[in-house]
Design a binder for this molecule. Sequence first.
Ligand SMILES: Cc1cc2nc3c(=O)[nH]c(=O)nc-3n(C[C@H](O)[C@H](O)[C@H](O)COP(=O)(O)OP(=O)(O)OC[C@H]3O[C@@H](n4cnc5c(N)ncnc54)[C@H](O)[C@@H]3O)c2cc1C
Length: 484
Amino acid sequence: MAPRILSALAFAATATAFPGSGSSFNATALFGPHVSSGTLIAAFSDPGFASVVGPRWSTWEAPTYVAAIKPATVSDIQQIVKIAGQHQIPFLATNAGHGAATGYGDVQNALNINLAHFNSVSIDVAASRMTVGGGTKFGDVFDPLFAVGKELQTGNTWCVGVMGATLGGGIGAFQGLHGLVIDSLESVEMVTASGALVKASKTVNSDLFWALRGAGTNFGIVTEATFEVHDYTNSGRVVLGQFSFPPAANVSVYSAVASFDRYIPPELALFVSATFNRTAGESRVNVAVIYFGPVADAQPFLDKFDALGPLAKVVRNLTTPDLFGKVLSTGVCNDGGRQNPYHVGLGRTDVATFSKFFGEFDTFAKAHPSYAAVVVAQRYSNVVMGQTPDTATAYPWRDIKTYLLFSNTYTNNSIEGDVDVASKSWRAMFEATSGFSTPHMYVNYDHGDEGPAAKYGARKLAKLRVLKQIWDPHHLFGTPNPLY
Ligand SMILES: Cc1cc2nc3c(=O)[nH]c(=O)nc-3n(C[C@H](O)[C@H](O)[C@H](O)COP(=O)(O)OP(=O)(O)OC[C@H]3O[C@@H](n4cnc5c(N)ncnc54)[C@H](O)[C@@H]3O)c2cc1C
């Protein structure tokens, strides 16, 4: 059956050059005869391109595409991968478009495979299992799970792709209670480099399943994934306390956070951020206390920060879909900004380093009026995730206690050089007092210059590279976060 064509004239005229392969091609002519009628195809020059290409969160280091294809069926994905491989056409499959690192900028003149049609959710309540399509976002699962009294450890915002996050490990506020997202992943169906549709689980293609859980974007396109889900905690209600402190309080706030280094309850998650308040003309240190339990149990943790003299405080008792889908997603889910992230994984909270950073951040923000960063430290209990042996999955950093993310945003691109210099210096400062002898980087938060050992762990790379040779010998997948 012929594919649906957005603009027949534009397609017919389009022959697109791929500098990488030295060839040119007409996307509709090449893929059209082999895909179903629901598949959309557009060349970059086509007026309908915007409705076929996947969305993109950050304009920084964005991939460039000469054509996009939006497959409708699993068989379409198989055909597209097979044909693209045969013609040496570089491609990137995308879902919610939140990947942001220099590696995305390495995807040039490529074909975008937009997974938006694969956004299905089905829950087997009795078996405590949820199966999602490869184009599902976290926001697609919050309400359906809550409605049946279940929960999954998801990422913290609605707008991120489930599989994009999961294949790198998957972190979030539920991590203390349930571990990484990969720790609940039971099985996947995926299209590999040959175009084959394969299953992977602990018992089927178990080595591939090992690799998927931490380095997964290097091995294929997941079309469907099944997770174990949990009965919801505290009837799905969560306490959120948000506190904002003046600059002078930074040492006492960071010291309070450091007091959780030895032990943090699994029900508790802390977000500690530095922001610059342009109205006040000074920085703020902010704390979010998230507690999955009754208010009375959360109270001691709220009191601990309340006692430090916040300028503002809001305490709410929410449903978890409202926490993740509304409050934590506010201001971070908008597409189209220039977002240039840096990151460090920490094993300890060094108060002197945090305080020095805060002072430098304040100075930098004052000198750069278009700088609108949020530098957030996410502190979760890693006791449950530590119960999964290091050897069980490719994910290398079960010892990270705090994920520190420099979410750098700015409207004036001319400050980019200064942002990079400052961020690299801050990253090195935190690395030096992280408590780790080697850099620990969560692959989904990378900037792109860290190298594979920091993202995948030197001890995991040999096995990952052997598996890469077996499943994707011509490196069709994984350009944004390569194993080499
Ligand atoms: C605002 C924001 C909030 C975030 N919050 C969290 C969080 O709470 N927890 C967390 O762990 N991470 C978080 N991240 C990081 C996030 O996990 C990564 O950016 C992730 O890669 C995004 O996936 P995506 O589908 O949104 O992006 P895309 O850019 O569409 O995809 C990212 C990568 O995943 C691959 N991919 C996507 N879908 C599939 C699939 N079905 N099969 C195979 N490969 C696939 C793509 O090929 C690409 O390499 C956040 C990022 C942002 C920008």
